[in-house]
Write a protein that binds this ligand. Structure first.
Ligand code: GCB
Length: 590
């Protein structure tokens, strides 16, 4: 047993690095929620490692050998998982660094099953150790990761340790500055999943692009005995079809049916059961078609106007991350109350609970990866990292018909490096999933007088154009709102993916003076923007920024902001500002 004293810390780390194998997360299994699993949520013991002094070795067996001297030892300090650390301990409000988490996991092996540790998300970098061995690491705060632990986990108690670090980094995604709170921690559910030796790892069951009655997809098995057939059944349609598994463990699916199509008005989901020789998985899946025709977005063959709202994965009243179904319900109920048929999940893949609930509530979704301003596109590593995040997002949510748009980035400055990376990303995205639309939100336009032209070359690689334009807030009006002329060099639909302005709830002032942060100014700004929107012939949707005031160290105006971005239609307490009613009215007429 290593006794770690100050003088021993460094040799300990070196020894540890030498002994540990480089290991990374595997791509996570699909539909973890539908699996047989042990939920590892709850209180985890923690150690805050302010100066990053810890090595895994320092933490091994701390409870098993109580007499050993430990400078770092897990004791009475705990944090809830899932949860951010910033809102749980006052001294961690602004903390950006490492926290070590520990959980004793009681395990009982069932038959010849395989075991996996599955993390819904940990912000930003996670390193995972089981019974003193590093089992892998993961970078990226908003997508799931898993490790197979069949040979590492033992019957009875197991020591699971996770080091989470949320320091911002130049080559991170997002990078050094972003307009939201950098909540650190194991912010999503943790599961210990048991599967059969050969199991259904992944599947893609959606309508073929442009079709309303044909599913083209696949089921993938993992394990030693993959040969044979899989069955896909949709009991409500009396569909029960067998498909042969090829030598790579993949069965191609082709099912024709008379589906009731999913739509915001009727968010129909079907029970879909998938069987292999040794495994079964159930899901609720909807079917719809989404296309672009000229400048229109077309849902199930009919043009649709996206009545959207953006929100962060945050419960403002609690000043913390949204973590579960109850939190998702609060955010999505607000969106429904506003009259939305669409939500922009800003600015990163949000919790699977939220995505599933939004779909069940009839909300179309835009999901994006946190490629947000200031990204080091000139660094070769960025493409790899963005690619990982994109595929982890698409892999998790590709069976959610509510998702209609994958977005690659937000407000990136046009440059050869940026164009190269994002063009490749668009191709990668379509390769992962050819059935949805691809977009990216821009804030660079060619403006001359009252004429704003969308001319970003990256538009060629996108299906839907998206503009973040703060008319009346960051930019003054160049003319009367009804005289602003939007033009586009591309025959594609446009979503006004962000617009708005700040107001402190309960603060009042003149409609034409933004310096007082009054609700009346924000209300007028919304009215003016709507006048402008009504004149944009290729506008296919709008998405105000943002549903509720949100916390961000970006916003330090001591009088009005105090660490809050005040562009919410709702205050941090959920009070409706005047602008809320303007959008609600607008949506009721579209
Ligand atoms: C933007 C960003 C968003 C910010 C917002 C703002 O353009 O996309 O993340 O929070 O503006 O409030 O300025």
């Amino acid at each position: 047993m290593t006794v770690t004293t100050k003088t021993h810390v460094l040799p300990c780390i070196i020894l540890f690095l030498f002994l540990s194998q480089p290991c990374f997360a595997q791509s996570p299994m699909n539909n973890v929620m539908g699996r047989s699993k042990q939920i590892l949520n709850g209180k985890w013991q923690v150690i805050t490692d302010w100066y990053n002094r810890g090595s895994a070795d320092s933490y091994n067996d701390s409870s098993l050998n109580k007499n050993a001297f430990k400078e770092f030892r897990f004791d009475a300090l705990t944090l809830n998982v899932p949860g951010d650390w910033n809102s749980q301990l006052p001294e961690l409000k602004y903390y950006e660094g490492s926290v070590w988490y520990r959980k004793v996991v009681n395990f009982h092996k069932r038959g010849s099953k395989k075991a996996f540790l599955y993390f819904g998300g940990a912000n930003y970098q996670a390193d995972v150790y089981l019974n003193g061995k590093k089992i892998g690491g993961h970078e990226g705060g908003f997508t799931p990761f898993q490790f197979e632990v069949t040979s590492t986990i033992k019957e009875g108690n197991n020591d699971l340790i996770v080091r989470v670090n949320n320091q911002r980094r130049v080559d991170g995604i997002p990078a050094m500055a972003f307009d939201w709170w950098n909540y650190g921690g194991i912010t999503r559910d943790v599961y210990l999943v048991q599967t059969t030796e050969t199991y259904i790892d992944d599947y893609f069951i959606q309508l073929e692009k442009n079709s309303m009655n044909r599913i083209i997809g696949w089921v993938k098995l993992k394990g030693a005995n993959r040969a044979g057939f899989v069955t896909v059944s949709i009991p409500e349609l009396k569909t029960n079809r067998q498909f042969e598994v090829d030598e790579n463990g993949q069965a191609l699916i082709d099912i024709k049916g008379n589906f009731k199509l999913w739509s915001p008005e009727r968010p129909k989901l079907y029970r879909v059961n998938i069987f292999s020789a040794t495994d079964t998985i159930k899901d609720e899946i909807g079917f719809r078609s989404i296309q672009v025709k000229g400048t229109q977005i077309v849902l199930n063959g009919k043009p649709v106007f996206l009545k959207g709202i953006s929100f962060h994965e945050e419960i403002p009243q609690r000043q913390g991350r949204a973590v579960d179904d109850a939190d998702a319900k609060q955010l999505l109920t607000w969106a429904k109350e506003l009259g939305c048929n669409f939500v922009r999940l800003a600015h990163y893949p949000q919790n699977e609970h939220t995505v599933r609930m939004a779909e069940a509530m009839g909300l179309m979704m835009w999901e994006e990866i946190p490629v947000w301003q200031g990204i080091a596109f000139n660094d070769n590593i960025i493409l790899d990292k963005a690619k990982n995040m994109l595929s982890e997002m698409v892999e998790r949510d590709k069976n959610r018909c509510g998702i209609i748009i994958w977005s690659l980035s937000n407000e990136t400055e046009p440059s050869p490096d940026r164009n190269k990376v994002l063009t490749q990303m668009a191709a990668i995205c379509r390769n992962l999933d050819s059935t949805r639309l691809v977009s990216s939100a821009f804030d660079h336009f060619n403006q001359e007088g009252n004429k704003i032209t969308i001319d970003d070359e990256l538009s060629k690689s996108l299906d839907v154009l998206a503009a973040n334009k703060y008319m009346g807030w960051y930019a003054g009006w160049p003319s009367k709102p009804g005289e602003v002329l939007w033009e586009s060099k591309f025959n594609k639909p446009l979503i006004m993916s962000e617009f708005g302005g700040e107001a402190v709830s309960g603060q009042h002032g003149p409609v034409d003076d933004k310096s007082v942060w009054g609700e009346e100014y924000q209300e007028q700004l919304y009215k003016d923007n709507i006048v402008m929107f009504n004149k944009i012939p290729f506008l296919a949707g709008v998405c105000p920024w943002i549903m509720a005031d949100f916390r961000t160290p970006f916003r330090m105006n001591l009088k009005y902001q105090q660490g809050w971005n005040r562009k919410g239609l709702l205050s941090e307490k959920g009070e409706k500002k005047k602008a809320w009613y303007i959008i609600k009215d607008f949506y009721s007429t579209r």
